[in-house]
Ligand binder design. Structure first.
Ligand code: ZN
Length: 474
């Protein structure tokens, strides 16, 4: 039986650190609020998406089977308004920015999402939930739409730590036909010339909160493990989701762990489209690669705010260069058969730091501390490669595989910069061709390959265990 190490994670719902225990064995259902696709995503969004990608990678590394679902908000006033200005169909505009969003995610090495769900594909589920909420007396119909009556749900406000009576008078979505200023829309009636759907309550569009619960109820059922998103979504968006889902299904809690990321700020203010202080992901990627941006975004604990400054991204670049150099140094080191005591102590220290790295990740996904642990590995590996120029093949493989394991959890790719993996592949091809030529007794051509490689600083060595290569520094 595998013993799972304990993971602790901060739950916004209980306002405390909790031991992570999924609802069903080792299966984890995770949903994260996705983009509203009316414009390019910026670094504030990148922070959220990079964090949940890292969380999913880490949970999978820990042996959990993670189903990571994200919605795409393709029905929204912002989309409709921009499309109207540009004389386009809202869904055409939405598809264009959805495509750009996927390009950005791929460029950031965000690969952990299993399924994307577009709001516009879930109208039947949305109708079913609204009907159910009306039937159970949690919602009411007015001339402008269908609204959720927050006085029918006593837990409203629990997630964001607010008192229900305060929220009742807190104005959201101002509309004179609502019973309480804090009631939120499930369906909004719109003029027929606007984009929308026919519904039992009139022509219009769904409210924003109902899409998430319609999508997750369909894929995850009445309860699931993790709901993520930026902290500013906790109210009213996530609060409304809880009210809708628990009122509709009667099952509590709708979500076991509410996990929220802190803000990305610029000079103390939230990076946002409306303030105009944003840097798009694609513009940032023109200056720095994904590894550097990920290190910058993961260099603070996910719940702490992170202030964006180009100097900090430049520091992250230097940090990543140190990782690449250390990785390549050990990879290029000559091998010996006999293991020395310095190597034994190196391996022991790297193994210990690997445990510390995993321990930091298990401690509320502390990527800031995990990065510090990784840089400690870099430091001791560099110390070793400064003092010694030999390591056993086994020692080399152990250090490289620990590097690969930890870098993969953080979504970092060394091969992308130093491009050692591609170099490895290319030289392996040349070595294969050369040995084929030797078998055919075409020694002249085989020697030509060896000589030409030597000219560019790559030396081939024929050993009883096959041909090896190393980089010969000039
Ligand atoms: Zn959402």
């Amino acid at each position: 039986m595998t013993i799972f190490a304990e993971i602790r994670i901060y739950n916004t719902l209980s306002h405390s650190l909790e031991v992570f225990k999924p609802l069903y064995g080792k299966r984890v259902f995770m949903f994260v609020c996705g983009p509203t696709v009316y414009d390019y995503s910026h670094l504030g969004h990148a922070r959220t998406y990079v964090f949940y990608d890292t969380l999913a990678r880490f949970l999978r590394r820990e042996g959990y089977s993670v189903f990571y679902l994200q919605n795409i908000t393709d029905v929204d006033d912002k989309i409709v308004n921009r499309a109207r200005k540009e004389g386009r169909h809202p869904l055409e505009l939405a598809r264009e920015f959805e495509r750009h969003y996927h390009e950005d995610m791929e460029a950031l090495n965000i690969t952990s999402i299993n399924l994307y769900a577009r709001a516009s594909d879930y109208l039947p589920e949305i109708f079913e939930q609204i009907e159910g909420l009306l039937r159970k007396g949690h919602a009411y119909i007015t001339d402008t739409g269908v609204y959720f009556d927050i006085t029918t749900f006593p837990d409203y406000g629990k997630l964001s730590g607010q008192k229900p009576e305060e929220l009742r008078v807190h104005r959201i979505e101002p509309d004179p036909t609502k019973r309480n200023p804090g009631d939120f829309a499930l369906w909004r009636i719109r003029p027929r010339e606007e984009f929308g759907w026919e519904s039992p309550w009139g022509y219009g569009r769904p409210g924003w909160h109902i899409e998430d619960t319609a999508i997750t109820l369909k894929h995850f059922g009445k309860q699931y493990d993790i709901h993520g998103g930026a902290i500013e979504l906790s109210f009213p968006h996530h609060e409304a989701e809880i009210a809708q889902a628990e009122s509709f299904t009667g099952v509590k809690p709708f979500v076991k762990y509410w996990v929220h990321t802190g803000l990305l700020t610029v000079e103390g203010e939230k990076m946002s489209k409306s303030l105009g202080n944003f840097v798009t992901i694609r513009d940032a990627l023109k200056r720095y690669d994904a590894n550097v941006l990920r290190i910058f975004l993961l260099s603070r604990h996910y719940r702490s705010p992170i202030d964006f400054r180009w100097e900090l991204v430049e520091q992250a670049k230097n940090s990543f260069d140190r990782i690449v150099n250390s990785y390549n140094n050990i990879l290029e080191m000559d091998t010996v058969d006999e293991v020395g005591k310095e190597e034994l102590s190196l391996i022991k220290n790297v193994e210990t730091l690997r445990e510390e790295f995993l321990g930091s990740m298990r401690d509320d996904v502390n990527t800031a501390q995990a990065l510090a642990d990784l840089f400690e590995i870099v430091r001791i590996v560099n110390m070793y490669s400064d003092d010694y120029d030999r390591i056993t093949e086994e020692g080399k493989v152990r250090v490289i595989s620990i590097y690969n394991e930890l870098l993969d959890i953080l979504g970092l790719r060394v091969g992308e910069r130093g491009d050692m993996s591609m170099l490895n592949d290319l030289i392996a091809i040349l070595i294969d061709v050369r040995s084929l030529l030797r078998k055919r007794k075409e020694y002249e051509l085989a020697d030509e390959i060896r000589a030409r490689l030597r000219e560019v600083g790559i030396e081939l060595q024929d050993t009883p265990r096959g041909t090896k290569w190393r980089i010969k520094m000039k």
